[in-house]
Design a protein around this ligand. Structure first.
Ligand code: FE2
Length: 278
């Protein structure tokens, strides 16, 4: 069975067929999948009926498990999280703001894997934005302005006790564990050189980037707003449509992503792992 990679035709993303992820992967298949992942940034594997053992095995083919703060793993697992929503849930949608996963960590994850277990018949697409393309499209003046800047990343707006998913967030099905540890911030280069491809990309996001080191708050605010608008333009996007038993792996270092709704009245469940960076 030969691995077949079909590009989405959008700014990134490809669908991969011809590989059975339930079986242990051969070294040459892992190399081919890694190469496709670095080329296309987001890979979707339809019709992969994976249990958590298989999901963990595929994850480890890409690298060691990453750290996952603020969300408890599913029972019996250390590294598998449930991204879920009940049919009758009324809480604000989870992760509806553009972000890259856990960008506030010292070493954010290299990859995130999401496996669709219960997928609603409508809505629930995930949007991705290619941050190599977003960087490349900046004019030279802006590229120079951003060079050397460091973004301040912090999870407090989401995961602190007074955050969006904090103590006032009642009725959410996800096992979120808010903590004042979320108030800690870390900085990362605004323009990041990808450690595997050597290409430059933007590494800031509306979800977690709260300021710019060394810049006054109003100046940082204006620049961040301009970049947030730019980096999510439709020309950089890939809209991912889910199906049951689809696995998606994305490169968290060079894409941002966001959830979308539109499935009120339907349950949704995905299992997630991360691969440690860089
Ligand atoms: Fe996310």
């Amino acid at each position: 069975m030969a691995i077949e990679v079909q590009p989405s035709g959008m700014a990134c993303g490809a669908t991969v067929r011809g590989v059975n992820l339930r079986a242990p992967l051969r070294t040459r298949d892992i190399e081919a999948l890694r190469a496709a992942w670095l080329d296309h940034l987001v890979l979707a594997f339809p019709d992969q009926d994976l249990d958590d053992d298989a999901l963990e095995r595929v994850t480890l083919a890409f690298g060691p498990f990453g750290e996952d703060p603020f969300i408890a793993p599913v029972p019996g697992r250390q590294h598998v999280l449930a991204i879920e929503r009940r049919a009758d849930e009324a809480t604000p949608l989870f992760a509806e703001v553009w972000h890259s996963d856990w960008s506030f960590l010292e070493v954010p994850p290299a990859a995130t894997l999401l496996h669709g277990r219960v997928i609603p018949p409508v809505g629930g697409d995930t949007l991705f934005a290619n941050q190599y393309a977003a960087y490349d499209a900046l004019d030279d003046t802006m590229k120079q302005r951003l060079q050397g800047l460091r973004g301040i990343h912090c999870a407090a707006r989401g995961y602190a006790k007074d955050g969006l998913y904090g103590e006032k967030d009642i009725g959410r099905s996800m096992a979120i564990r808010p903590s004042d540890d979320a108030k800690q911030s870390r900085t990362h280069p605004f323009v990041h050189t990808h450690p595997e491809t050597g290409r430059k990309c933007l590494f800031v996001n509306m979800g977690y980037t709260t300021g710019i080191e060394g810049l006054p708050a109003d100046e940082a605010h204006d620049l961040l707003l301009a970049i947030f608008r730019h980096q999510a333009e439709e020309r950089f996007q890939y809209r991912h449509h889910w199906s049951t038993n689809m696995l998606v792996i994305w490169d968290n270092r060079c894409v941002t992503h966001k959830a979308t709704g539109g499935y009120d009245g339907h349950a949704r469940l995905l299992h997630r792992t991360t691969v440690a960076g860089p």
